[in-house]
Write a protein of this length. Structure first.
Length: 482
């Protein structure tokens, strides 16, 4: 418990406030441990942190809340989001989504409640936790995933699903499987008439299937009605989750934070190997997600960060590294996805463009407050979105403008601009000193913000809670250093 006390910036005296502060700090450590892997655990951790913060400050009769340059843009964005939900086309969908505004809490929790040693500890836990997920992904890629389908029974439940020989089944009812026995055990736990989700892969890309449990299929020794021939290595890694795109965004953030540390190590002539090893692991995990836009934004952020802070020599080395990583990325894309993916003429690319065009068509009709978050889900075809699979526009700027209006988009740009300025000024203030952690955290977060913003143009990464919490969490750690 005494160690926990050293991690916080609170100096209360009452017994209740001290124990509440310890609970707050323990919850923040739990958040740092869980956010790379489980959005549910991360939300629970933040909720516990909020309760502990309220109890502590009530007991101490003092509000400990640090004012920051981000307060006004966050407030303006939040007010516009609330107004958009109230006047939404579908308020019953938009109002519950207001809870997503609480994700900014990760910034304030870290910024207002941690001492410098606490920031060091939380940053270390974040990196180590992300490293565990990356190591798991690299190991899974080496060993293989799921089970490769060799034939599909013409009388089985998957006969009309479109599943083909060579496809891979790797999840049944959101649980990983590697044998038909494991799949059978999961299916038999369901009642007759239940619908079971099956996560399959076709040419490396997701191929979701839903089957209904019947008496006939449940009685079969092989309820799926397929023959399999071992694990597959043709897949896009996703850590401990099934969301490879979310995971790619996380690996980009971790990789660029470590890249900032690498640049600072070069400048200060410290040992390069720890930062270089971390950067290599996270960038390798990112490449294995085969996520084109995130990899491109990662390389762009590397080049911009090096050009701003690294000097000519570091910029040249970064350019060489970016070329090497780009060549490796091309190889991964060719092995994990269809050849069309490298030419941007695959189904994924055409669908994204169609979603974006539809979203752009909605914006002029509701420019001030948008249609309300998630309202498009009940007007999918009516508003010109293609296909029957209901998703989003795959672009943060388009999605925010459509959901919350153009003023909200301007406030979001203001917010991320303020974050970039804050991190850059922090880096410039310590770059000539001997505090490696501060300089590395500021510069690494600066680079991660560039990657996040660049990726957001063709990814709705602002809609991924895990990614937003991780990003604003690093910004909060940087602000806590001020």
């Amino acid at each position: 418990m005494a160690m926990l006390d050293t991690l916080g910036s609170f100096a209360g005296h009452s017994r209740t406030s001290k124990w509440a502060n310890r609970a707050l700090l323990a919850s923040l450590l739990l958040f740092a441990l869980s956010v790379p892997h489980s959005v549910a655990a991360a939300h629970i951790s933040l909720s516990l942190s909020l309760i502990a913060w309220v109890v502590r400050d009530l007991a101490a009769r003092h509000l400990q809340f640090k004012r920051t340059p981000l307060d006004l843009p966050i407030l303006c964005f939040s007010v516009l989001t609330i107004a958009s939900a109230i006047f939404s086309v579908e308020p019953r969908l938009s109002v519950p989504k207001l809870l997503s505004l609480l994700l900014f809490g990760a910034f304030y929790f870290f910024s207002s409640n941690l001492s410098e040693s606490g920031i060091r500890c939380v940053a270390t836990v974040l990196i180590v936790s992300g490293l565990i997920g990356a190591a798991f992904s690299l190991g899974e890629k080496a060993l293989g995933r799921g089970m490769t389908v060799t034939s599909v029974d013409a009388e089985g439940p998957l006969a009309s699903s479109g599943l083909q020989s060579g496809d891979v089944i790797w999840m049944v009812s959101r649980r990983r499987v590697s044998s038909l026995d494991e799949a059978a055990q999961i299916i038999r736990r369901h009642r007759i008439g239940d619908r079971v989700e099956i996560e399959a892969l076709h040419q490396g890309d997701p191929f979701p299937i839903v089957i209904e449990v019947t008496e006939a299929s449940s009685a079969r020794s092989n309820p799926l009605g397929v023959d399999v021939g071992g694990r597959s290595r043709r897949f896009r890694v996703s850590g401990f989750t099934r969301h490879f795109l979310t995971y790619a965004e996380q690996m980009q953030i971790f990789g660029l934070v470590c890249f900032g540390g690498l640049l600072v190590a070069v400048r200060s002539r410290r040992s390069l190997w720890p930062s270089l090893l971390l950067f290599a692991i996270f960038s390798s995990a990112l490449l294995l997600t085969a996520s084109r836009a995130v990899i491109a934004s990662f390389l762009l952020a590397m080049l911009i960060t090096a050009a701003f802070a690294g000097g000519r020599r570091a910029a040249l080395w970064t350019l060489a590294a970016a070329v090497l990583i780009g060549v490796c990325a091309l190889g991964v894309l060719l092995s994990a996805r269809t050849p069309d993916a490298t030419r941007l003429v695959d189904d994924s690319s055409s669908r994204r463009l169609a979603y974006m065009r539809a979203g752009l068509g909605v914006i002029p009709q509701h420019p001030l407050l948008g249609v309300g978050t998630d309202s498009h889900k009940l007007h999918w075809r009516e508003w010109g979105f293609p296909g029957d699979y209901i998703t989003h526009t795959h672009s943060t700027p388009i999605q925010i403008a459509m959901d919350r209006g153009l003023p909200a988009l301007a406030c979001l740009c203001w917010l991320f601009g303020a974050m970039l300025v804050m991190m850059w000024r922090g880096y410039r203030s310590v770059v000539d000193g001997d505090n490696y952690l501060k300089a590395a955290l500021y510069l690494g977060t600066f680079g991660a913000l560039i990657g996040f913003v660049a990726s957001s143009v063709v990814n709705y990464n602002f809609g991924d809670s895990e990614v937003v919490m991780l990003m604003v969490g690093f910004v909060g750690l940087g602000d806590g250093m001020r």
